[in-house]
Design a protein around this ligand. Structure first.
Ligand code: NAD
Ligand code: DAU
Length: 366
């Protein structure tokens, strides 16, 4: 079996669903169910025996040792993290606790388990660490995309904590010979994306007639990848990646934030016309004619990285992986998914999520 951490979050749950659809190998899913963890993401496999959920923390040594001893996973796929840059600015502690200390504890538990393995079980064990392109810092407009050898230059507490965890993983390969793999991926989008992040936030706010907040001038560039492509890239690295190596995963799809928001608004105009739904602009009290009229420029994110871009040639050349989805097809699927899953949205918009939105956007939107 494989041990997945953070498998109730956005990417982790997509990974677990994809894994269960493509493999009979069981999954043990360890997740602390923070505000970002949501078991309803996994509702479609709730009766499936090959998936076992454990509610627990990656910082819990005793639990980790027991999970390894009882289940003898042949691989760990480590997604669990605090993942939202804005939250890392207002409250960095949780990022150090989970992303740094949590990864350290998980590595230690995995190392103890792996040390005692023998023969083929030891040979085939893998620890795959899921990381981000944000560890490389920011790019100028004409600079080449990040490669696996771009020096680390994290700029937010989130990216610094992920960089620290990447370094720990690297050190376990070089010092202990542990069979680790690291992936550094660009911005994901798709089903089950928590609506504190740009794309789902825009969909949810637009349908409610609320402002669509654009930080600064909206010209910051991200490289967007459909989440299922990220998951297939991770599976490919797990199957065939060279030990101790890092692999960049990206969508070859750089877009400015304002363009992303306009594309989403255009799709919503087509698939959920605001006039026929009588969406009311919460600021003016008038019926919305086109969702783009809700676009609102707000105060920029402190230390906001200007541009990320991933050079994903290594994973293509060495492992034969390429994204299957274009941005046009992926974003259309995503908008359609949110429209078809309004109950899921309603369920995540609970007390703690509302508190975050109220405090994060209070100055600009009230
Ligand atoms: P997410 O915030 O949606 O989910 C994180 C999950 O981890 C949640 O289910 C949460 O309950 C769980 N978790 C948090 N702290 C935990 C702890 N101490 N113990 C156990 N579980 C805990 O995050 P995501 O967007 O799905 O990202 C998953 C991973 O991928 C992260 O490591 C992130 O850095 C990385 N990543 C994300 C993106 C992206 O665009 N979202 C891109 C590249 C890399
Ligand atoms: O690059 C990979 C990273 O992508 C992951 O490591 C992170 O876990 C993930 O959260 C994501 O980070 P970003 O900060 O790029 O994602 P976010 O959706 O928060 O923001 C995307 C861009 O949109 C960013 O430039 C900030 C901007 N933005 C975001 C929000 C929430 C806005 O303009 N307005 C907003 O309200």
């Amino acid at each position: 079996m494989i041990l997945v951490t953070g498998g109730a979050g956005f990417i982790g749950s997509n990974f677990v669903l994809q894994w269960c659809a493509n493999s009979v190998e069981p999954v043990l899913n360890l997740d602390a169910l923070t505000y970002a963890g949501n078991l309803t993401n996994l509702q479609s496999i709730s009766d499936y025996q090959g998936h076992q959920f454990v509610h627990g923390d990656i910082r819990d040594n005793t639990l980790l040792q027991k999970l390894f001893a009882d289940n003898r996973p042949r691989a760990v796929i480590h997604f669990a993290a605090e993942s939202h840059v804005d939250r890392s600015i207002t409250g960095p502690q949780a990022f150090i606790d989970t992303n740094v200390m949590g990864t350290f504890r998980l590595l230690e538990a995995a190392r103890k388990f792996w040390n005692d393995l023998e023969g083929p079980e030891k040979e085939s064990f893998r620890f795959l660490h899921v990381s981000t392109d944000e560890v490389y810092g920011t790019l100028g407009q004409n600079e080449p995309a990040f490669t696996e050898t771009t020096p680390y230059a994290p700029n937010s507490p989130y990216s610094a904590s992920k960089a620290a965890s990447d370094h720990l993983v690297r050190s376990y390969f070089h010092t202990y010979g542990m069979p680790v793999l690291t992936t550094n991926c660009s911005n994901n989008y798709g089903p089950f994306h928590f609506p504190e992040k740009l794309i789902p936030l825009v969909i949810v706010n637009a349908l409610a007639g609320k402002p669509l907040p654009i930080y600064g001038d909206g010209q910051q560039v991200r490289d967007w990848l459909y989440v299922e492509d990220h998951c297939s890239g991770i599976r490919r690295v797990l199957d065939a990646g060279s030990l101790g190596e890092t692999y960049n995963i990206g969508g070859w799809n750089e877009k400015a934030n304002i363009d992303i928001v306009r594309i989403v608004c255009g799709l919503l105009d087509e698939l959920a016309p605001p006039g026929s739904r009588r969406v009311i602009n919460q600021k003016t009290g008038k019926v919305v004619e086109a969702y783009s009229e809700l676009i609102t420029y707000v105060t920029d994110r402190p230390g906001h990285d200007r541009r990320y871009a991933i050079d994903a040639r290594k994973i293509e050349r060495e492992l034969g992986w390429k994204p299957a989805e274009t941005f046009d097809s992926g974003i259309r699927k995503t908008v359609a998914w949110y429209l078809a899953n309004q109950d899921w949205v309603k369920n995540v918009i609970d007390g703690s999520y509302r508190e975050w939105i109220d405090s994060q956007y209070k100055v600009d939107q009230q």
